[in-house]
Design a protein around this ligand. Sequence first.
Ligand SMILES: [Zn+2]
Length: 386
Amino acid sequence: MKPFVFSTTAQIVFRAGASSEIGGLVRRKLGERVLFVTDPGLRKLGLCDPALSSLAAAGIEATVFDKVEADPSLATVQSATDAAKAGGATGVIGFGGGSSLDVAKLVALLCGSGEDIDGAWGVGNAKGPRLPLVLVPTTAGTGSEMTPVSIITVGGDEKRGVSSPIILPDIAVLDPDLTLALPAHITAATGIDAMVHAIEAYTSRSANNNPLSKMLARQALQLLGANIEKAVFDGKDREARGAMLLGSMLAGQAFANSPVAAVHALAYPIGGTFHIPHGLSNALVLPHVLRFNAPAAVAAYAEIAADAFPDLAPEQSSQERCAAFIDRLAALSASLGLQPRLRDVGISEEHLSGMARDAMKQTRLLINNPRDVNEADALSIYKAAW
Ligand SMILES: [Zn+2]
């Protein structure tokens, strides 16, 4: 049997309304003073209020840091870390989308160990220990509550990451009610992102791809495939919201241990240069990367096709099921209202060659792809997506 290592969050609490009881859930783990990391939008919506009241009721003093932006900067990490130190934080709560969770991970690390961020970038370089950490996702997509990674923007557009099991949280609190008010276009884009995590984890050529990740990826695709349209078209459907949050978490567990590949590699230049949200960037290239991969991944795509779309007939050949799977993913994005082509999001044709060059820099992702991708391949994928 192939050896592997599987790391994940130690405790998962999944319950509608759990965030309004968070004080009791985290008191013993986080201690008496926490830094509560979130973004200004959630704060204004009042989504944090039940959690903050619950912390107060449990005798936990919370300092709120609500300045996390999309694609959070190193300056934000630093001022949140300063706020945690000034408040004498004994623990950290990250509450929000992937950005707030990523910032909270690094605040816990930097406050707990006193180490310098410059020594922590990269894989396995964080020293720790970190402060106790609880993450509460409010979108169903990034799976950040299950991943050992934090991505931060340094300087202009450069992104750097810290990847280490040390920054996996102690507890993930999954409360589907927090996602009830998510707008349809965010539900759609983040939901497709979660599906991509599952697909790329399942087919990852990573040496650490493993039976647990594969099992989780399939279960994730079943939940996400059956519920994404319901959650987009009726945001108040609590069952569907719960299934999406759970599916996103399972996909996060899968790809945290069997990393993603060329869909993400080709999505990064779209997000980085044109500031297109991560989920939409993935959706734009998804069918085209999968079509490129098909010669090397036909059996794997045929295996998971009916997980996402149960009506895809098993009596079809693998070839036919694989092709139908890719077509259905493209049709799904369109039916959810996501723009189908790169030109629809303001990218002109002359940008494509620069994007292909940029995508080649994502070597840590490209090595996981089921089929080798060179710059000319990336360019023809972008042209097909344009
Ligand atoms: Zn993603």
